[in-house]
Design a protein around this ligand. Structure first.
Ligand code: ZN
Length: 409
């Protein structure tokens, strides 16, 4: 880390401890004694659960009169997280969002059709504020009402669609169904970053006839708009003048060397309302080395690979279910049901990949197993023992996430 960045981080920490949350968290830590990257990397992480415990306004680090807005992340899994914003926070977010649009080469002549929701959620209003700052025509649709969406898209000559991947696909299919594709003026799609397969991407791009861009962000850190892919589609540029990014091993918490896949951890450098230091996103990605062809100086992270909660490490290689799913999907005769079993035998990790197939047992099984093993080795880099079983033979679980059984510990 450069000295300048360390200075910015220490400033951010000094602002953060003005609020109760970090005053407690960093009690006993002398910020002026942080003199190196190593010192910084010893600081505790902040996790979503910590933010929940600060509900409702425990994160607030400024006096009440400075707070102009709150946002909240969804509370479907428990107590919601409330993030207070100052005017500067709102302005900074719009500046970053405008930069996202510029990275996708939008101009003030674009007409931005915004389908993410408005309200406590950070999505819609972020797309809106960035578009207005750019000087483009924003069309604040929000989600739902497909008829109206398509009508406005045609009549307003929307040139950019902002949506989640699933909603973009739904609109694409509805447009195809109605045969009104020739009346649509869309040129670009800006898709909120989540893990979405290449197949889905191609379908949306093809059906709508648009070039797709990924936008990254999370409510805890402003919202969408803190990272954006450019036309070269090689990861997402991230705005390091506002944020400091680390990639850590989610198991040990150690910072990983550049290029290795791990969990993204973010520190806000300028945020006033609710500064966050070493916030664990649980998103898996990696830094992409080198300079991008587009000429932007901002570093890049890879398209999201999955969630750290889902991954396992075998023989030093990180394996995430999403990748295994993709590999199996591409092989004919293999169903989407699979299970990964990891054992430790005779001093070695053994990975067994069970998958279901509709084919008859016999020679076909052996052939399929070889094909799966070959693809696994090619794509993931380690050896797996593939075992084909008949349809319905793998136990079904209520929780779909139990794909991986780690018997090593
Ligand atoms: Zn670029």
């Amino acid at each position: 880390m450069e000295i300048e960045m360390l200075g910015k981080i220490k400033n951010a920490m000094k602002n953060a401890v003005k609020g109760d949350f970090y005053k407690n968290r960093f009690s006993g830590i002398d910020i002026d004694e942080i003199k190196s990257t190593e010192d910084f990397e010893k600081l505790p992480f902040t996790d979503k659960e910590d933010l929940r415990q600060a509900y409702p306004l425990g994160l607030q680090a400024v006096p009440d009169e400075k707070v102009v807005r709150i946002h909240s992340s969804s509370g479907t899994t428990g107590t919601p997280v409330i993030i207070p914003y100052t005017q500067k926070d709102v302005d900074d977010w719009a500046i970053m969002f405008k930069r996202c649009y510029e990275t996708a080469e939008l101009t003030n002549l674009d007409r931005i059709h915004i389908t993410p929701g408005y309200g406590l959620w950070t999505a819609g209003i972020g797309f809106q504020a960035g578009g207005e700052l750019l000087g483009a025509m924003t069309i604040p649709m929000g989600p739902g009402n497909t008829d109206k969406q398509i009508r406005m898209m045609i009549d307003m000559k929307s040139s950019v669609l902002c949506a989640t991947s699933s909603y973009a696909l739904l609109l694409a299919e509805e447009i195809a169904k109605r045969g009104c594709g020739d009346k649509i003026h869309l040129k670009k799609g800006i898709i909120g970053s989540e893990r979405w397969g290449e197949k889905m991407r191609q379908r949306i791009a093809c059906e709508l006839g648009v070039k797709l861009y990924d936008i990254y962000g999370l409510t805890e850190i402003y919202g969408p708009g803190i990272g954006m892919s450019c036309k070269y589609e090689c990861g997402m540029h991230v705005w390091t003048d506002y944020l400091y990014f680390e990639i850590i091993d989610p198991k040990t918490g150690k910072v990983l060397p550049e290029g290795e896949i791990g969990e993204l951890v973010i520190t806000t450098l300028c945020k006033e309302g609710a500064p966050l230091i070493r916030y664990r996103t649980h998103d898996l990605t990696r830094f992409i080395a080198g300079k991008c062809e587009c000429g932007l100086d901002y570093p890049r992270i890879d398209t999201l690979i999955g969630r750290s909660d889902d991954m396992v490490k075998v023989k030093g290689t990180i394996i995430y279910p999403s990748r295994v799913e993709e590999i199996l999907k591409a092989i004919d005769g293999v169903s989407s049901e699979y299970q990964i079993m990891i054992d430790h035998l005779h001093g070695k990790d053994i990975l067994t990949l069970f998958f279901e197939t509709p084919l008859e047992m016999g020679a076909e099984f052996a052939k399929l197993e070889k094909a799966v093993e070959r693809e696994f080795k090619n794509k993931i880099g380690i050896t797996a023992n593939a075992k084909a079983v008949g349809m319905g033979e793998l136990p079904r679980s209520e929780k779909k996430s139990t794909r991986v059984f780690d018997n090593r510990y």
